[in-house]
Design a protein around this ligand. Structure first.
Ligand SMILES: NC(=O)c1ccc[n+]([C@@H]2O[C@H](COP(=O)([O-])OP(=O)(O)OC[C@H]3O[C@@H](n4cnc5c(N)ncnc54)[C@H](OP(=O)(O)O)[C@@H]3O)[C@@H](O)[C@H]2O)c1
Length: 382
C-alpha cells in the first residue's frame, strides 16, 4: 500500500524513513508548505495526493486542528485510509472523522496520538471487546514526568528543571500545554472514547505542575512519597465517564515511582484481566513514527477503527471519584479545606484533606486562588 504523508517535521521524517523499509508499505508523496518542495517526493498541493490513484493511505503528522481537519475530510472522501498522530485533531473532531471514515469505508486510526510508542489505545480497543474496563489512565506526558523526576532525584527547583527540559528538547518554548496538564487531558479524552464510546468534552478538569516547589518535593520525599502527574479516566456508576489530570503522590514501590525521566506509563483495569500496565517512550521521532507504522500495518491486516460506530461526545463527571489530598496553602486559608491533619510552619500550612471528590478539590483550589492564595495540591495515591 502506498502511503502519503502530510507534514515533514519531527514525526513526518521518521514516518517517511520507516516507510522505506516497511513490509507491505511504500512511500508516496509528502505534503510540505509551498516553496519547500526541494525533493521529487515532496508536493505542496493536497490534490496531488487525493487525486493519486496509487495512494491507499494518508498519515497526517502536521499537528493543529486546521487545516488538518479539512485535509482529513478531503482524504477520507477521496477513499483513502486516514492515520494521524494528532491528539488535538482527534480530541476536537474525532467523532466527526469516525462517522465520515465509516461512511466512506476507509480506516481512521490514531495510536500515536496517545502514549507515542506505548500501544495503549490499540490494547484498549482489543480489551473492550472481551472485558469490562473499569478504569484507565497513567503517566502520559513525558515532559512533566522528566521535570518531576529531576526535581525529586536532583533536588532542583521548578524553574531550573523547566529550563533543562527545554534545553534537552523535551519541553517546547511555550510549555503551557505540558505543564498545565492539557496535553495529558487530550490523551485521556481519546482513551475514554476508545474504551467507553464517550469522548468527554465538558466538565474536564486539569491541574498541572506549575505550582509545585522544591519544598513540596522535599516534604513528600521525607515521608516516602513520589509525585507524578497522573491522568485518569473511567466509567462512573451512572454510565458517565470521568476525565481529569492532577498530581498524585505514590508510596515507594508503586509502579508509577519507577517511571523515570521522560517515559510514559499507561494502565487500565479490566474486570477480569485485573490491572495491565504498559511502559515505554511516549514521544520522539522514531517512537512516535513506530506507532503510525503500527496503524498502517494494521490496515493491511484489516484493522479499521479505534472508536466504535456509536462513539459520541459527552460531558465528563468528576464528582464520583474521591481522594484525600495533600494541600499546601497559606496558613491564613487553612480552615477553608476540611482536613485530617495539618502542619503549619510560619505562614505556610501543609495539610491532608478529608476525602473530597475530584470536582470539589479542583473547585476549592480555584476559589482559593481567586482570593489570592498560592496553592499546590496532589491526591494521595492508593
Ligand atoms: N514530536 C513528538 O514526539 C510527538 C509525539 C506524539 C504525537 N505527536 C503529534 O504529531 C504531530 C506532529 O508533531 P511534530 O513534533 O512532528 O511537529 P513538527 O516537528 O512541528 O512537524 C510538523 C510539520 O508539519 C508541517 N506543516 C504544518 N502545517 C502544514 C501545512 N498546512 N502544510 C504542509 N506542512 C505543514 C510543518 O511545517 P513548518 O515547519 O513549515 O511549519 C512541520 O514540518 C502533532 O500533532 C503532535 O502532537 C508528536
Amino acid at each position: 500500500m502506498k502511503v502519503a504523508v502530510l507534514g515533514y517535521g519531527t514525526v513526518g521524517v521518521g514516518v517517511y524513513e520507516m516507510l522505506v523499509s516497511a513490509k507491505g508499505l511504500e512511500c508516496g508523496p509528502v505534503l510540505v508548505r509551498p516553496g519547500k518542495e526541494d525533493k521529487a517526493f515532496k508536493v505542496s498541493s493536497l490534490d496531488a495526493i487525493t487525486s493519486d490513484p496509487e495512494v491507499g493511505a494518508v498519515a497526517e503528522v502536521m499537528g493543529g486542528i486546521e487545516p488538518a481537519f479539512s485535509y482529513a475530510c478531503q482524504v477520507i472522501k477521496a477513499g483513502k485510509h486516514f492515520v494521524t498522530s494528532n491528539k488535538a485533531l482527534v480530541a476536537a473532531k474525532g467523532v466527526e472523522l469516525n462517522r465520515l471514515a465509516r461512511e466512506n469505508k476507509v480506516a481512521f486510526l490514531f495510536s500515536a496520538a496517545c502514549g507515542g510508542a506505548v500501544p495503549f489505545l490499540h490494547n484498549l480497543a482489543l480489551a473492550r471487546e472481551s472485558d469490562e474496563i473499569l478504569s484507565l489512565g497513567g503517566i502520559l506526558n513525558g515532559t512533566t514526568n522528566y521535570m518531576l523526576d529531576a526535581m525529586q532525584r536532583l533536588g532542583l527547583d521548578y524553574g531550573d528543571v523547566l529550563a533543562d527540559a527545554q534545553r534537552l528538547g523535551y519541553a517546547e518554548a511555550d510549555p503551557t500545554a505540558d505543564v498545565s496538564g492539557m496535553d495529558a487531558l487530550r490523551k485521556i479524552m481519546l482513551a475514554d472514547a476508545v474504551a467507553y464510546g464517550k469522548l468527554p468534552k465538558d466538565g474536564l478538569l486539569n491541574e498541572g505542575i506549575e505550582s509545585i516547589t522544591a519544598a513540596d518535593v522535599a516534604h513528600f520525599q521525607s515521608r516516602g512519597y513520589t509525585c507524578r502527574l497522573l491522568v485518569s479516566g473511567g466509567k462512573n456508576s451512572d454510565g458517565s465517564v470521568c476525565a481529569y489530570v492532577e498530581p498524585v503522590l505514590f508510596r515507594s514501590g508503586a509502579p508509577e515511582c519507577s517511571v523515570l525521566e521522560n517515559y510514559n506509563m499507561a494502565k487500565y483495569e479490566g474486570k477480569n484481566s485485573g490491572r495491565i500496565v504498559l511502559m515505554g517512550q511516549g514521544a520522539g521521532r522514531y517512537p512516535t513514527a513506530s506507532a503510525v507504522l503500527r496503524d498502517l500495518s494494521g490496515i493491511l491486516r484489516g484493522e479499521r477503527y479505534m472508536f466504535e460506530e456509536d462513539c459520541e461526545e459527552a460531558a465528563a463527571n468528576n464528582a464520583e471519584i474521591q481522594h484525600c489530598y495533600y494541600v499546601r496553602l497559606p496558613a491564613a486559608f487553612a480552615s477553608s479545606v476540611p482536613s485530617e491533619s495539618a502542619e503549619t510552619s510560619g505562614e505556610v500550612c501543609r495539610l491532608i484533606s478529608k476525602a473530597l471528590s475530584v470536582k470539589e478539590m479542583h473547585a476549592l483550589a480555584k476559589e482559593l486562588r481567586e482570593k489570592g492564595a498560592k496553592v499546590f495540591f496532589a491526591a494521595i495515591g492508593e
